[in-house]
Design a protein around this ligand. Structure first.
Ligand SMILES: [Zn+2]
Ligand SMILES: [Zn+2]
Ligand SMILES: [Zn+2]
Length: 125
């Protein structure tokens, strides 16, 4: 049986052995991910505080003042609290979508749309 060469963490100087398919050891993966999250969060936060987004959000909520998902599910009118990007910015979606690319949703549905809680509601609103 051929012996598999042990794979090492891609961070220079780190000799931790990692499983096949991984690039970094647990410690460095967490570190890289955290850094990525931080820069992404800053960009997103900046965007959500721009006048462009505030105007867009206001217009969207004026167009669709009720939670679109509540309406679709139960037909009950529930006030929309958030404007949700269908193509999340966090997954490479455009910052400024069209009205069709967003949904007016209530808090409950917004939490369902982000099961991992990727976006803190405060900055996504
Ligand atoms: Zn490492
Ligand atoms: Zn809802
Ligand atoms: Zn959302």
């Amino acid at each position: 049986m051929p012996t598999k060469r042990p794979r090492q963490c891609a961070v220079a100087g780190c000799s931790a052995i990692i499983p096949i398919g991984e690039v970094y050891c647990t410690i460095h993966r967490k570190e890289k991910f955290k850094r990525y999250e931080q820069t992404r969060d800053i960009k997103i936060k900046r965007f959500y505080s721009t006048q462009v987004w505030k105007d867009f959000r206001r217009m969207k909520l004026a167009r669709n003042p009720l939670c679109e998902l509540c309406l679709a599910e139960t037909g009950r009118p529930v006030e929309a609290k958030m404007v949700h990007h269908l193509d999340p910015v966090t997954e490479g979606g455009t910052f400024l979508p069209t009205f069709e690319e967003t949904q007016s949703v209530c808090y409950k549905h917004h939490a369902i749309l982000h099961p991992k809680g990727v976006i803190k509601s405060s900055i996504h609103a």
